[in-house]
Design a protein around this ligand. Structure first.
Ligand code: GLU
Length: 490
């Protein structure tokens, strides 16, 4: 099994591109096959400098490593493998040769029509509500005339002669039996006037010489597939299998686009998604494992992925699901690993964190509560700086802590907590003691815990009061309660 990912270097790695790459990668890996990366840069005008590095870096981040073709080695683009070169602009001779063959066998013809003429023809067809299609003016030219004009250096392209009366059929690995009427297919340009091939010719030549078994690509190429099958037939080659993966859609089922969502993988890296979570999300776009399992490691995906379970309908790019998966993956990290990953950003804001021997225990308190590592410094702030709770935070209507009752609760808290011995200062003893305090005063436990937590952290959202008080220790807890009492008597 040989599969390939063949991006055009037009900027960044699109999330849909990553999904295609992942599908091709999984298919190759599960059969111990080869995953090839090829760069399709025949449209020189659209090629962007640095795009290849960007795309390969994003693939690498996601954990998708090419076995063959174009890859990064120590940050530099290299090519590896026996079917190279793997960059189309380095293979021009091969395409020209195939184009000549098609011309000789009569399956392609030269077309001298100017862009202006073609444009006029197109707009007339559109006005007549016809699908735009080349009208074959140049197909009728006599051989001698064609030769003379080519010899005179007249600008021309090469077009595929599509058999108008044939039906072109194949079995798509995702969509099942497909068939196309020849008369609906345009005579595709194969070689442009600058001598560069179009995608249509180049990728067919490459997929053949690179021995690709299954072509996995976006649905936008479905309607071009009959042209590709004709090229394989006319060049005397066996075509690969094709699998067209569904489009990615916004929640309102419109096509996912730059205008309404982040579409480059780079943007999701910058937002702080874990590669494992992002890849997990991408894998589930349009693919249903057939079980209730939602969390998949790359290894599990390699084992369970199959094209048969890929849907035909567009796949909704649901970022809420992505965030949920991100949370799941954060929880899945071991506590030491989580602490290790957040330490640099926490220490950047609070330098004492880098010398904190108990950092891991503190980190553990917030692991359940973060979706992004970037939330960690704020959530741990109260360990490294004095909190500054406001009266509005300490009193909380939802928790039935009114301003009137607040002084009493704070007073009750500090005198009760004062009575706990330092070596009995544990979460469970704190819980027991505070429960008793609430009962004795006819308060709900929430009425006691809210102001305590607020006084200790200064945050509306943090780990629970017992955990925080236990982690801060008796002295700091009492001191912060005193500060809160001071605040409300001012
Ligand atoms: N270069 C094409 C693209 O970027 C690849 C299509 C294919 O995989 O055949 O969309």
């Amino acid at each position: 099994m040989r599969t390939r990912f063949a991006p055009s270097p037009t900027g960044y790695l699109h999330v849909g591109g990553l999904r295609t790459a992942l599908s091709a990668y999984l298919l190759a890996k599960q059969s111990k096959g080869t995953f090839v990366v090829r760069i399709e840069d025949t449209d020189q005008e659209r090629s962007v400098p640095g795009a290849v590095e960007n795309m390969l870096t994003a693939l690498h981040w996601a954990g998708i490593h090419p076995d063959e073709g174009v890859m990064l080695e120590k940050g530099l683009i290299t090519q590896k493998g026996a079917h190279g070169p793997y960059i189309q602009s380095e293979r021009l001779e091969l395409y020209r040769r195939s184009a000549q063959e098609l011309l000789k066998s009569g399956h392609a013809y030269a077309c001298f029509c100017s862009p202006e003429r073609l444009e006029k023809m197109r707009s007339e067809q559109e006005a007549r509500k016809q699908a735009p299609m080349y009208d074959r003016t140049c197909m009728k030219l006599k051989d001698e005339e064609v030769q003379r004009r080519i010899a005179a250096g007249e600008s021309h392209v090469l077009r595929l002669k599509v058999p108008r009366n044939e039906i072109i059929a194949y079995e798509d690995e995702i969509r099942g039996p497909m068939s196309f009427q020849g008369h609906t297919i345009d005579d595709q340009v194969l070689l442009k006037s600058d001598g560069f091939p179009t995608y249509h010719l180049a990728h067919v030549v490459d997929d053949h010489f690179m021995d690709i078994s299954v072509v996995i690509r976006g649905e936008e190429w479905l309607s071009s597939t009959p042209k590709h099958l004709l090229l394989f037939q006319y060049l005397g080659w066996k075509p690969p299998c094709y699998a067209h993966v569904p489009l990615l859609l916004n929640k309102d089922r419109t096509k996912l686009s730059k205008r309404n969502s982040a579409v480059s993988v780079e943007e999701y890296i910058a937002k702080g998604y874990l590669p494992e979570a992002f890849l997990n999300f991408i894998a589930l776009l349009g693919w249903n494992p057939g079980t209730t399992q939602e969390i998949f490691t790359l290894g599990e995906l390699i084992e369970t992925f199959s094209l048969e379970r890929m849907q035909k309908a567009g796949a909704i790019f649901d970022t809420e699901k992505l965030d949920w998966l991100q949370g799941q993956w954060i929880r899945k990290l071991s506590a030491p690993e989580f602490a290790k990953r957040i330490l640099p950003i926490v220490a950047e804001r609070f330098s004492p964190a880098s010398r904190d021997k108990n950092f891991e225990a503190k980190a553990k308190l917030i692991q359940e509560r973060v979706t992004f590592f970037s939330e960690a410094p704020s959530l741990l702030s109260f360990f490294y700086e004095e909190p500054a709770p406001s009266i509005d935070l300490l009193a909380n209507a939802k928790q039935k802590v009114s301003r009137e009752i607040l002084p009493k609760i704070l007073e009750g808290l500090s005198s009760t907590l004062e009575s706990i011995l330092t070596d009995e200062w544990t979460e469970s003893i704190l819980a027991e003691t505070l429960k008793k305090l609430a009962e004795e005063n006819g308060w709900k436990i929430g009425q006691v815990l809210w102001p305590l937590r607020a006084a200790l952290t200064g945050l509306p959202y943090s780990p629970g009061a017992y955990e925080v008080a236990a982690a801060l220790g008796k002295d700091v807890t009492i001191a912060r309660l005193e500060a809160a009492k001071q605040l409300i008597t001012q």
